[in-house]
Design a protein around this ligand. Sequence first.
Ligand code: DGY
Length: 325
Amino acid sequence: HFSEEINVKKILVSRAIFPDVLERLTRYFEVESNQEDRIFTSAELAAKLADKDGVFIAGDRINEAVLAAAPRLRVAANMAVGYNNFDMEAFNRANVLGTNTPDVLNETTADLGWALMMAAARRMSEGERLLRAGKWDRWSYDMLTGSDVYGSTLGVIGMGRIGQAVARRARGFGMRVVYHNRSRVAAEIERELNAEYLSKPALLAEADHVVLVLPYTAESHHTIGAAELALMKRTATITNIARGGIVDDAALIEALRTRQIGAAGLDVFEGEPKLNPGFLDLPNVVLTPHIGSATEATRRAMANLAADNLIAGLGEGPQAGHPPT
Ligand code: DGY
């Protein structure tokens, strides 16, 4: 018993999280928390990890240098499905397990994708700005006319779990669904979603509404740049609920400004939380601050899953014979 007590593992929770999830972690670990939600520099994070066995992470970057400063570290549990903040090659070299929170956010994130797509297509932010500015003085036949969603063609780039959830919703809108992915999905999924595989250029030419749902990697950097935007319909919308960097923001700003495409809905940005100021002057873009998974229930599910991953990854929890006290 004594030896077990002095072997209590140490973890860092790098950002503010739900107090009850933090409390749950303290039943297993000696926890250094950050409920004041300071954003650590890379050097601060490295210093805090010097004596830690595990870390609960929400977005902070863990690279070779941070891992080199953390000789005891075994598990980094990301409270996100995307894990481009982890240098996985460095993780493998250091024999550190990285975990993420797949599935629990699929539907919530797909909902936001649709909200942005529809708001962009129907110019909802423009309408609200008009009202808030007190500038609406009459109904008129061509005021804020947008493009239809119902009956149009949806183009999903990245047909993983969230992409499939986006595509599944199209049935109720009578849409044709086309998709592009690194590889075709199983025939039965194509059938269920009534989704047709196209090359990226063909998808961009045919889709009325393009939704980006792919992970950010070296290969997916600037999946959408000037050349790709030039292939799209002048009335088309593009929605990014994946990661900044998948779109070349400067090229998108230019395409929106010159009306090469109709509109965009963006939840993620290159260099966020900073924003290319070019977006702020454009009427035809709907902007949200990385809230794809932001419902109370889904954020709770993500936090609990990340905590479960950390507990299991460090060999604690019921399966290790250490139920919570
Ligand atoms: C995710 O889960 O990847 C979200 O973008 C939150 O970071």
